[in-house]
Design a protein around this ligand. Sequence first.
Ligand code: TRP
Length: 339
Amino acid sequence: MTSALLEQSVVEAPATFRVLTGDRPTGRLHLGHYFGTLHNRIRLQRLGVEVFLIIADYQVLTDRDIAERLPEHVEDLVLDYLAVGFDPGRGTVFAHSAVPALNQLLLPFLSLVSVAELGRNPTVKDEIAHSRQAAVSGLMFTYPAHQAADILFCKANLVPVGQDQLPHLELTRTIARRFNDRYGKVFPEPAPMLSAAPLLLGTDGAKMSKSRGNAISLSATADETARLIRGAKTDADRHITYEPERRPEVSSLVLLASLCQDRDPHEVAAEIGGGGAAVLKRTVTSAVNDFLAPIRARRAELARDRGYLRQVLRVGNARANEIADTTLTEVRQAMRSVY
Ligand code: TRP
């Protein structure tokens, strides 16, 4: 299905879709996440789609530095989700490790994929190349199959993700198809939903990423935001235009302001015109800070209520467990392993 058609059926029949997507708990989310995926998740939820957000804590086990600070990172994700408007009354936030039945799907799933298929996954290859580990763990090697279980345990049929996750979605569809062919129909073949937002660059012109220190996190203070933007890379041409191909750094700043103000980037650029990098940066700083002010305020307020955060996760984990148990029972019956 084309993305336009998919979009149309989501709008027309939101109740026929179930969304699962999520994040690794590696730290606070930033504007790249917001415009890349968070705002779309909230939009889907408000349209009436049931949305599940998985906090993929089993996907960060191999990174020691991150694993050491897991509780803090998990809480940060819950805070970011709620601050941007995710409604836990209508959707589910849960932690992967809190749903044991989900992982019991992994063994039959692994039986349906070959080692060669796992080894060909370009995203895993890339992550292995960039990982700081000396050896590739079995967990790292098999994580696309885990991710298939993340998605299929709740029979999600729509998965909003970035381009880099498409190989995992393809494997998820393959696993669903092979399972159904072999044991009878249990799983949908979930469709990916790619973000419509153009890629936001970090303040150094590279991809926005927490580890590069070039990202504006949702929870940064107004001063930190101003400092990051002041140091952003631009170019020598004083006249500001929106030309992503020719002037990626300047255009990404223009784009950021335009996304925050929900305006056309060409219009934003034209308004700055000959004002140069100084006016551009001032414009971007106030656009970002105005946009994030209510999100930051909500986040700070929520951060004071630890009991509530824990409650959101507890309820989410319970709901995910209930669904995972039901699916596992169905899988056992389909596989005739009920004794
Ligand atoms: N691998 C995803 C990431 O790195 C996180 C993730 C885990 C996920 N399970 C998922 C995304 C299931 C979509 C669906 O961002």
